[in-house]
Design a protein. Structure first.
Length: 153
């Protein structure tokens, strides 16, 4: 069962690109934009990460922290983060544990092929750890995602 608006987010989110454990309580008193994306260094995922990077100052000023999540390894995340100068942690959810908890690891179809993959989704988690908003796969604007988070209520 996927997590949705009104649900409490899990305390342990995973480990970031440097192996540090990321917990929900690390962001107590702040809003957390937890964004799930399919793959490092692909066009849409890079556009989304760079939008969040470019809008990071405004997001922080509005009380948000940002954490990215994909199935990629910590090593892949390190390269992606360095290449694009990303100021926020990227969780290496290689076993898809967190993606399954949030309901974003799902069957996808492309070019007549069916496979399991990550649905590009952002969860806005309030200061109290409760999910306030979900920006779903068909709603995410990769090139303007920071503004989308700031403007969507």
């Amino acid at each position: 069962m996927a997590l949705q608006v009104g649900d409490k987010a899990p305390e342990v989110l995973g480990r970031d690109e440097s192996g540090q454990e990321i917990k929900l309580s690390d962001y107590k008193g702040k809003k957390l934009a937890l964004y799930f994306y399919p793959k490092d260094n692909t066009s849409g995922c890079t556009a989304e990460a760079c939008s969040l990077r470019d809008g990071y100052g405004e997001l922080k000023a509005a009380g948000y922290e940002v954490v990215g999540v994909s199935k990629d390894s910590a090593k892949s995340h390190q390269g992606f983060k360095t290449k694009h100068d990303l100021p926020f942690p990227l969780i290496a959810d290689t076993e898809t544990t967190l993606q399954q908890q949030f309901g974003v690891w799902a069957e996808k179809k492309m070019c007549g092929r069916t496979y399991m993959g990550t649905l590009r989704t952002t969860f806005i988690i309030g200061e109290d750890g409760i999910i306030e908003r979900v920006i779903g796969p068909k709603e995410v604007k990769t090139k303007d995602h920071a503004n989308q988070i700031l403007l969507t209520k």
